[in-house]
Design a protein around this ligand. Structure first.
Ligand SMILES: [Zn+2]
Length: 193
């Protein structure tokens, strides 16, 4: 059994403590994170209403892991179909996959800025996103404009609608920005914002 499947079951397991079950959810997010780990974590804690102390609502972890699992299933169905086609293409000597492998992630560098819709609603648009730098947001479409966002190492061009990184370039480190981002992430991690 893969790690996601194992930890998906553990998140449900009422014989484990709420803290252990919450840990299992976090492992699932390291395995599958449609927005990247931090933004996916923030999204699920919000959408499932995980309180600062997991003991206060141990079933919130189940809601979160089920939302993530459902999104992963959307990806898996498409990925498996693609794999079957790809095998046939390889057998026929086609070196470049057509269509390309379905994407499983868009990068949302600001953990607090990502789509508010359920993951299963957004996942089909992520799957179809082209690889590399993007000229328009695969989630929102055209016309939402862009904004700049810096994490301390990389200058991102974000979709102003949902926060997806359309392009990023490394810059000179900016320790002040990095420290501010790290402080904010600590609050997100503890579910205090
Ligand atoms: Zn967008």
């Amino acid at each position: 059994m893969g790690s996601f499947t194992t930890h998906h079951l553990r998140a449900h397991d009422r014989t484990r403590s709420p803290v252990q079950r919450f840990g299992a959810l976090r492992t699932c997010i390291t395995e599958f994170a449609p927005y990247g780990f931090r933004a996916t974590y923030h999204h699920l804690c919000r959408s499932a209403g995980i309180p600062p102390e997991p003991e206060m609502d141990s079933e919130a972890v189940v809601r979160a892991v089920e939302e993530l699992h459902a999104a992963r299933e959307v990806w898996l169905v498409q990925f498996r179909e693609w794999q079957v086609r790809r095998r046939a293409q390889k057998a026929a000597g086609m070196r470049i996959p057509t269509p390309p492998e379905p994407r499983r992630q868009l990068w949302y560098p600001d953990p607090e800025v990502h789509p508010a819709e359920p993951l299963t609603a957004v996942m089909p648009r992520i799957l179809r996103a082209p690889s590399g730098n993007l000229t328009e947001c695969p989630v929102c479409g055209a016309g939402y404009g862009t904004k700049s966002w810096h994490d301390g190492f990389t200058a991102h061009l974000l979709c102003a609608g949902c926060g997806a990184s359309l392009a990023g370039r490394p810059t000179k480190p900016a320790p002040g920005v990095e420290a501010a981002r790290a402080e904010r992430w600590k609050l997100v991690w503890k579910r205090q914002v």
